[in-house]
Design a protein around this ligand. Structure first.
Ligand SMILES: Nc1ncnc2c1ncn2[C@@H]1O[C@H](COP(=O)(O)OP(=O)(O)OP(=O)(O)O)[C@@H](O)[C@H]1O
Length: 811
C-alpha cells in the first residue's frame, strides 16, 4: 500500500573540485567560479565570445574547498534519510571522469548510512532492519558486488516494484562497521582501471542499495501490523570521457564506449523528462542503467543528483555538458510515496475498508444518475397510486353500504313491500301518466298564466338582457312590498325570473307558506297577473328545510284542490312551440362549459334530455345552469386562489370526479348493451371492437365534442341507457351520490310519487334540479343563488303538477 504521491523536483547540486596535482603541474587554468551557494559562473568571456560571463544556477553549488560533509548535510541528508520513513530515495553522482564522483559518493554513502543508524538508535519504539546490496553495470552487464563469482544478473520487471535485479545478494546490516566492511568488499569487486585522467577510474556504474524496513515494536509479529519499507540508492556513475583525453585503448576504450552510451541514454531520458509531456516517449530500455534508474528519475522516489565538475580549462567542454545535464535534471519531477507493507490481516482489513468505500461511491454514483432518480420517482408514484386505490375501494364500499341502507329503508317504510314492487310502482300505469302528460302539455290549457313573479330589477348598464347579469335577487316579493324580512340573504336577491307559471288562484294561499300572497301585496307586474309566490322561509328568512318547503307546497296544493275545482279543467298552459333562439344559444354555451368544467356526464345527460325548452320553465333552469357554469369556470380559472371556507370543488377535484364517473360508466357498458348494440356504438364513436380498453375508450369519447350536436345527442343516448335514465333506479343514485343526500329527499320524492302519483316524467326534472341544487350547495354566492332559484322554480313546477293531480278528475 502506498500513500498519496508527493511530487517534487529532483534536487540538483553542482560540486566543483579543486585542481588536482596533475592539473596544477600542467599549469591548468580554471574558468569556473562559484559566486554563491546556488550559482556557478563561467568566467572565460574571451573564449565564449561574449561580453558577460555565463551563469548556471542550481539548488546548491559547492566550490573546491567545500567538504563532502557539507555537501551531504546541505543537499543529500534530508533526502537520504527519507528512507527511514518509508520513502524511496536515491543520490547519484554524474560527471566526467576524474571529476570527483567516487570521492563524493563514498563520503555521502558513509554519512548517510551513519545517520540512518543514528536515526534507528534514536527510535527504539520501532524495530528496523537495514539490508545492503551492491551491483555494478559494467559493459552493459550487471554484476553483484557482494558475490565474486562474476555472474551476470538479470533485470526483471515487477508489476509492483518496477525493474528489479534478480538474485542480487542482500546483506542485513548489523551496524556501521558492518557497512564499512561491505563497502570495502564492493570497492574491491568494482571494476577500476587506470586512465590518463584517473589512476583509479571507475569503469562501471555502481549502485549501492540500502533497504530499510521498520515496524512499531508493539505490533511486531502481530497479524495487524504494518511495516514501512523503502530503499535508498547511492549511485556512483562511471565518468563520461573522451577517448582522446583518456587516451584509452583496448578494454578501456570498450569500457568508455559502453559508459558513454549508457550516459547518453541517461542524458536523453533526463532531457525528455525535463520537457514534461512535450518530451515524447521515453525509452528507459535503451540501457540497463536507465532501466534500473527509472524509479529514481520519474517514479516513486526522492532524488538528488550531484554533478561533479573538473575546474580545468582543458575539460571545459565536458564540464559544460555536465552542466547542461544538470540543467535538464533540475526540471525533472518525481512522485514519492510512503511505502507501507501490511500483514495479511491488516491487508484484509484495509481491503474491506476500501471495498466499503467503493460501494458507497457506487451507491452515490447510482443515486445521482437519471435512471436511479426515475426509478425512485416511479416507486413513489406506485406507492401513491396504491394508496389512492385503497381509498377508492373504501369509498366504493361506503357508497354501496349507504345505498343498501337507503333501499332497506324504502322497503321498511311500508310504501313498497319489496324491491320488485318498488320497481313496478315506478313503471306501472303508463296510460295514466301519458294522459297526465298530455294534459300538462296541452297548449290550450290555460290553467296557468304567465306572470312576473319576481320584479325585474335590471341594471341600466346591463347589456346582457338578464341571464348573465350579476343578479340582485329578491325572493317572493317585489321591492315595493319587500320589507326585508323574508329575504334569504341580505346579499342574495333574485333580480329576475321570467316566465314562471303560477296558479291564478294562488293569490291568497296558506298563510304559513305564502304570507305575501295572503296579505295581498303581490306585485302586478305582467299583464293581468296577480300572484307572487314566496317559498317557505325560516325565521331569519332562510330556507329551513326541504321538508318544510315541501310541506308548504303540499298545503298549497291541498287548498288549491279545494278552491280551484272550477279551474282545474283550465289551462296548464305552456307555449311548447316556443324554443327561442336565446335558449338554443345558452344551451350550446352550456355544452361547452360542461366540458370545460368537467361536469358529470350523467348530469349533462339528464339536463340535456330534461331541459329541452319544451317547458317555459326550462329557460329559467338553463339560465341558472349557465350562470352556475360561468361561476365555476371563473373559480377554476383563478388557479392559485385560496378556497373559500367550505368550498371543495376545484378544477382538479372535478377532473378527478369525472374520471371516476367515466370508469364507473365503463363498467356498465357490457351490462346495459347487447353485443350487437355495443358493436354499433363502438363503430359510431370510431372505436375498434378489438381494442382491449374499448369500453373505457367509449366513455372517454362520450360528451367529448360539445360543438357537434349529433355527437351530443348520441352521447346523451348512450349515457341515458347506461344509467337507466328511464327507470331512475339504482344507477342514478350511484352516479349522483344520492346515497350522500339527506334521506328525506328520497322519501319526499317517493312520497310525492306515491301519494299523488304525479307522472314522473313531468316532475322528475324539477326534482332533479332540486336534488342537484342540494348537491352543489355550498356557501358561495353563486351556489346559494342557484339553489334558491332552482328551488323556487322547481317548487312552482311541482306545485303545479301536484295541484293538477290533486284537483284532476282523472285522479
Ligand atoms: N572535491 C575534491 N577534493 C579533493 N580531491 C578530490 C575531490 N574530488 C575528487 N578528488 C580527487 O580527484 C581524484 C579523482 O576523483 P574520483 O576518482 O572521485 O573521480 P571520478 O569522477 O570518480 O572518476 P572516474 O569517473 O574516472 O571514476 C581522486 O584522487 C580524488 O581524491
Amino acid at each position: 500500500m502506498m500513500s498519496a504521491a508527493r511530487e517534487e523536483k529532483i534536487t540538483v547540486m553542482v560540486r566543483l573540485r579543486p585542481l588536482n596535482k596533475k592539473e596544477i603541474a600542467a599549469n591548468e587554468a580554471t574558468d569556473w567560479e562559484c559566486i554563491n551557494d546556488t550559482t556557478i559562473l563561467y568566467t572565460n568571456t574571451l573564449r565564449q565570445g561574449l561580453n558577460i560571463p555565463s551563469a548556471y544556477s542550481f539548488d546548491r553549488v559547492y566550490g573546491g574547498e567545500c567538504p563532502t560533509r557539507k555537501v551531504y548535510q546541505d543537499g543529500a541528508k534530508e533526502i537520504s534519510l527519507s528512507v527511514v520513513k518509508g520513502v524511496n530515495c536515491s543520490i547519484f553522482a554524474y560527471g566526467q571522469t576524474s571529476s570527483g564522483k567516487t570521492y563524493t559518493m563514498t563520503g555521502i554513502t558513509e554519512f548517510a548510512v551513519a545517520d540512518i543508524f543514528d536515526y534507528i538508535s534514536q527510535h527504539e519504539e520501532r524495530a528496523f532492519s537495514v539490508k545492503f546490496s551492491a551491483i555494478e553495470i559494467y559493459n552493459e552487464a550487471i554484476r553483484d558486488l557482494l558475490n565474486s563469482d562474476g555472474t551476470s544478473l538479470r533485470l526483471h520487471d515487477d508489476p509492483e516494484k518496477g525493474t528489479v535485479v534478480e538474485n542480487a545478494t542482500e546483506e542485513t546490516l548489523r551496524d556501521y562497521n558492518h557497512l564499512k566492511d561491505l563497502l570495502s568488499v564492493c570497492q574491491a569487486q568494482r571494476k577500476i582501471g587506470e586512465t590518463s585522467l584517473n589512476e583509479r577510474s571507475s569503469r562501471s556504474h555502481q549502485i549501492i542499495k540500502l533497504t530499510v524496513e521498520s515496524c512499531a515494536r508493539e505490533l511486531l509479529g502481530k497479524e495487524n501490523s504494518t511495516t514501512l519499507m523503502a530503499s535508498v540508492s547511492f549511485i556512483d556513475l562511471a565518468g563520461s570521457e573522451r577517448a582522446s583525453q583518456a587516451m584509452s585503448a583496448g578494454s578501456r576504450l570498450k569500457e568508455g564506449c559502453h559508459i558513454n552510451k549508457s550516459l547518453l541514454a541517461l542524458g536523453t531520458v533526463i532531457r525528455k523528462l525535463s520537457k514534461g509531456r512535450q518530451g515524447g516517449y521515453i525509452n528507459y530500455r535503451d540501457s540497463k542503467l536507465t532501466r534500473i534508474l527509472q524509479p529514481c528519475l520519474a517514479g516513486n522516489a526522492r532524488t538528488a543528483i550531484i554533478c561533479t565538475l573538473s575546474p580545468a580549462r582543458s575539460h571545459v567542454e565536458l564540464t559544460k555538458n555536465t552542466l547542461l545535464f544538470a540543467c535538464s535534471a533540475k526540471e525533472v519531477t518525481t512522485k514519492a510515496r510512503i511505502n507501507v507493507v501490511m500483514s495479511d490481516k491488516a491487508m484484509l482489513k484495509q481491503l474491506q475498508c476500501e471495498l466499503a468505500r467503493l460501494q458507497t461511491e457506487l451507491r452515490n454514483a447510482a443515486s445521482n444518475c437519471d435512471c436511479a432518480v426515475m426509478v425512485r420517482k416511479k416507486d413513489v408514484l406506485i406507492l401513491k397510486m396504491e394508496k389512492q386505490i385503497q381509498e377508492l375501494r373504501k369509498e366504493r364500499d361506503l357508497a354501496l353500504s349507504r345505498l343498501e341502507h337507503v333501499e332497506a329503508s324504502k322497503l321498511e317504510d311500508g310504501s313498497v313491500s319489496d324491491r320488485s314492487a318498488y320497481v313496478r310502482l315506478h313503471s306501472e300505469d303508463d296510460d295514466l301518466k301519458e294522459k297526465l302528460l298530455r294534459r300538462l302539455e296541452d297548449p290550450s290549457d290555460e290553467y296557468y298564466r304567465e306572470v312576473e313573479c319576481i320584479e325585474i330589477e335590471e341594471s341600466a348598464n346591463d347589456n346582457h338582457k338578464n341571464k348573465r347579469a350579476e343578479p340582485k335577487h329578491v325572493l317572493g316579493r317585489s321591492d315595493d312590498t319587500n320589507n326585508g324580512e323574508t329575504s334569504v340573504s341580505q346579499n342574495v336577491k333574485l333580480r329576475r325570473l321570467n316566465h314562471i307559471h303560477t296558479l291564478p288562484g294562488t293569490s291568497t294561499p296558506h298563510e304559513s307558506v305564502f304570507s305575501d300572497l295572503e296579505n295581498g301585496s303581490m306585485s302586478s307586474c305582467g299583464s293581468g297577473s296577480t300572484g307572487v309566490q314566496s317559498i317557505p322561509l325560516g325565521e331569519e328568512g332562510s330556507i329551513t328545510s326541504i321538508s318544510t318547503f315541501f310541506n308548504g307546497l303540499m298545503e298549497v296544493a291541498e287548498r288549491q284542490g279545494q278552491v280551484s275545482s272550477a279551474e282545474d279543467s283550465g289551462i296548464m298552459g305552456r307555449d311548447l312551440g316556443h324554443v327561442d333562439e336565446d335558449f338554443e344559444r345558452q344551451r350550446k354555451e352550456i355544452l361547452v362549459l360542461w366540458e370545460t368544467c368537467n361536469v358529470s356526464l350523467v348530469h349533462r345527460t339528464y339536463f340535456y334530455l330534461l331541459f329541452t325548452g319544451d317547458d317555459e320553465a326550462d329557460s329559467i333552469y338553463i339560465g341558472v345552469e349557465l350562470r352556475r357554469l360561468l361561476y365555476m369556470k371563473d373559480r377554476f380559472s383563478k388557479r392559485h386562489h385560496a378556497l373559500d371556507e367550505g368550498e371543495t370543488l376545484t378544477l382538479a377535484s372535478s377532473r378527478k370526479a369525472l374520471h371516476k364517473e367515466r370508469k364507473m360508466l365503463s363498467k356498465l357498458v357490457r351490462k346495459r348493451f347487447s353485443e350487437e348494440e355495443r358493436t354499433r356504438i363502438y363503430h359510431k364513436f370510431g372505436i375498434s371492437v378489438n381494442t382491449k380498453r374499448r369500453r373505457l375508450q367509449l366513455v372517454n369519447a362520450l360528451w367529448s365534442n360539445p360543438k357537434d350536436m349529433s355527437h351530443v345527442a348520441e352521447s346523451a343516448d348512450v349515457v341515458a341507457k347506461l344509467v337507466s335514465f328511464t327507470e331512475q333506479g339504482r344507477v342514478m343514485k350511484e352516479m349522483f351520490g344520492l346515497a350522500f343526500t339527506p334521506l328525506s329527499f328520497l322519501q319526499l320524492r317517493d312520497g310525492i310519487d306515491n301519494i299523488t302519483n304525479v307522472p314522473r316524467r313531468g316532475v322528475q326534472k324539477h326534482w332533479y334540479a332540486m336534488q342537484n341544487a342540494d348537491l352543489w350547495g355550498s356557501p358561495t354566492e353563486g351556489c346559494v343563488e342557484y339553489i334558491v332559484m332552482v328551488m323556487l322554480v322547481a317548487a312552482n313546477a311541482v306545485l303545479k303538477h301536484t295541484i293538477y293531480i290533486v284537483s284532476s278528475k282523472e285522479y
